[in-house]
Write a protein that binds this ligand. Structure first.
Ligand SMILES: [Zn+2]
Length: 296
């Protein structure tokens, strides 16, 4: 008897399960009872104590898993709403971040990275330009390159793309986040984005290349702070870069560069597009960057 019941019990359990399942589906329990009433009782007795812990065990982690999950899901929208009501307009979560590891620093604003999937990319930072340190050496170029190397070499970063994914050299264009930002508000940019760090410390100038202009206005603001504080290339170390002051400077409304009035490139600007600035600061504040040839 014991042997038989031991043998039968797993099969009976399965049968009971099937019967119950069928019963649930068809809501007809009499069929199961009529087929095998004897073992059915045993099965149900064995079945129920096993099934109960299974059920409760199954439900408990399920609820545990669901409940905090629902909490997590329900909390961020509330905080988002609060933020949206109170804070500056630009505090949306940053979409499309690509985790990457810096494998080599080319210069102040260009690095090689390995993406999460193992793909290697050359990345040019968006919106900033550090002085040259490779083919030609510009004042403060080596300092900027050394700074980027000290901060990024071997480091895990997050790449934020803008509208245009690559430049004409095929380089990936990105904002470099040192930590994952909670949103794209100014405080996060100041604290966690390396492009901003370069500007704030005077290792880079603003270089705005449409259509990648998401943070362009903020970058101009950060650059102004660095200039006013004589940081980096704006201070004594970068002074040899700037020659004598001109009476005025020129730029094209269709370009991002400004020039000394006697620069060959400045002279080519069509009169209809000609913009004039009284000082270098004025041009920089408008988001223009110095011409590489005449170096205003
Ligand atoms: Zn020029």
């Amino acid at each position: 008897m014991q042997k038989f019941s031991r043998y039968i019990s797993p099969v009976a359990l399965l049968l009971a399960f099937l019967v119950l399942a069928a019963g649930c589906a068809k809501s007809s329990t009499p069929q199961g009872e009529s087929k095998s009433p004897g073992p059915q009782v045993q099965q149900e007795e064995q079945y129920s104590p096993e099934q109960d812990p299974t059920n409760s065990a199954g439900e408990t982690p399920g609820q545990n898993g669901e409940t905090p999950g629902q909490n997590k899901n329900s909390v961020p929208p509330e905080t988002k709403d609060r933020d949206n009501k109170t804070a500056a307009p630009a505090d949306d979560p940053v979409p499309g971040l690509l985790p990457a590891t810096v494998s080599y620093v080319v210069d102040g604003d260009t690095v090689h990275v390995t993406l999460a999937g193992g793909k290697k990319e050359k990345v040019r930072f968006i919106g900033v330009n550090t002085p040259e340190s490779t083919k030609e050496i510009e004042p403060y170029g080596k300092e900027a390159s050394a700074y980027t190397k000290s901060r990024l070499d071997g480091r895990k970063i997050w790449l934020e793309p803008d509208v245009e994914e690559r430049d004409r050299y095929g380089r990936l264009l990105a904002y470099i986040w040192l930590e994952q930002p909670a949103n794209d508000a100014e405080a996060e940019v100041r604290a966690k984005m390396f492009n901003a760090e370069l500007l704030l410390n005077g290792y880079a100038q603003v270089m705005t290349v449409p259509p990648n202009v998401k943070y362009a206005d903020l970058f101009v603001k950060l650059q102004r702070e660095a200039r006013e504080a004589d940081k980096g290339l704006w201070g004594p170390a970068g002074e040899e870069k700037t020659g004598e002051a001109e009476d005025y400077y020129v730029a094209s409304s269709r370009s991002t560069k400004f020039h000394r009035p006697d620069c060959e490139w400045g002279k080519k600007i069509a009169p209809a597009n000609l913009v004039k600035f009284k000082t270098v600061d004025e041009a920089l504040d408008e988001g223009y960057e110095p011409c590489r040839v005449c170096r205003p």
